[in-house]
Design a protein around this ligand. Structure first.
Ligand code: GUN
Length: 293
């Protein structure tokens, strides 16, 4: 069993970007700039956004963070996005999800300029992804693809099972794995809460991506020998022994599944780190696209 180490791969991505931004600095050029919007005070969202900002610094990017109270009205957020859309010094815009209930996720995503949609959630980005055209790929599935590429994992002709059909992870993941690309070229089955024979389907899989948000859901009896297992879960579980009061658990029962696998991602230290690296790559692409237009 080999670990798919998010620390190593994400660091390689960041180093590559750092070299590019060092060159931009040396040439007195403007740096890539990510603007992040955070509404409310969900603990996990605060941690993610803080981490995105910190990673921007590490890659030599500029970043801005805009915080709003939970009860901020939708029009205020829309006005902020429009301001950022029109700001020539901003390359990427990210609105951290989930949003408070009174704000429409659909409306907010639709208002972001598709050229700055570094999350890849805008319908134009999704449409291009489905058609296999160059676009911003949602950061988590993009991070998984970068990891498969880094470890040169054979995907062509393999049977991949994705568990979870969210717009952010499962659905785009299934599209990327089935594309005529390398990595890609898998036969893909997308499973979800209404799938009746999940265990039997998983047992046939060469590659399993668990992205449903249920701690230790994927157990050893669902995984065939030598499978590749990608764990996208990042659930906070109370743990009084930790300073933060919680630990992060994945969707895979790692201890029992790992011995059966050819490759597996740990949690933490796996896909989570890749998500941020992929976001940085998208932001850099937005910057390059803008400067070449
Ligand atoms: N919430 C959970 N994952 C994501 C993500 O990739 N982007 C944004 N904006 N919000 C999220």
């Amino acid at each position: 069993m080999q670990l798919l180490d998010g620390k190593i791969v994400s660091q390689a991505v960041k180093n590559e970007l750092r070299e590019k931004t060092d060159q931009l600095k040396a040439d007195n050029k403007r740096l890539p700039h990510l603007a992040a919007i955070l509404i409310g005070n969900d603990g996990a969202s605060e941690t993610y956004v803080a981490s995105k900002i910190k990673n921007c610094e590490e890659a030599g990017f500029k970043s801005s963070m805009y915080r709003f109270n939970t009860d901020t009205n939708e029009d205020t957020i829309i006005a902020k996005i429009e301001e950022l859309n029109n700001d020539d010094e901003v390359d990427g815009i990210l609105v951290q999800l989930p949003l408070p209930k009174h704000i429409s996720e659909e409306k907010i995503i639709n208002i972001i300029d598709p050229l700055k949609d570094v999350d890849g959630f805008h319908p134009i980005s999704v449409g291009k992804l489905v058609q296999g055209l160059p676009t911003f790929i949602p950061a988590t599935p993009y991070g998984v693809m970068l990891m498969l590429e880094h470890y040169k994992i054979e995907t062509a002709g393999k049977f991949a099972v994705v568990i979870g059909r969210s717009n952010i992870v499962g659905r785009p993941m299934s599209i990327l794995l089935s594309q005529n690309t390398n990595p890609g070229n898998c036969t893909v089955t997308l499973c979800h809460s209404r799938t009746t024979n999940l265990k039997e389907i998983c047992l046939q899989a060469d590659i399993i991506v668990a992205a449903l948000g249920k701690v230790s859901f994927l157990t050893a009896d669902m995984v065939k020998e030598n499978a590749v297992v990608i764990d996208v879960g990042i659930t906070r579980v109370e743990d009084a022994t930790k300073k933060s009061g919680f630990k992060i658990k994945g969707d895979v029962d790692f201890e029992n599944v790992a011995p059966k696998c050819s490759y597996i991602t740990p949690v933490p230290g796996g896909v989570g780190l890749m998500t941020i690296a992929a976001l940085l790559k998208n932001t850099y692409h937005a910057y390059i696209q803008k400067n070449n237009s």
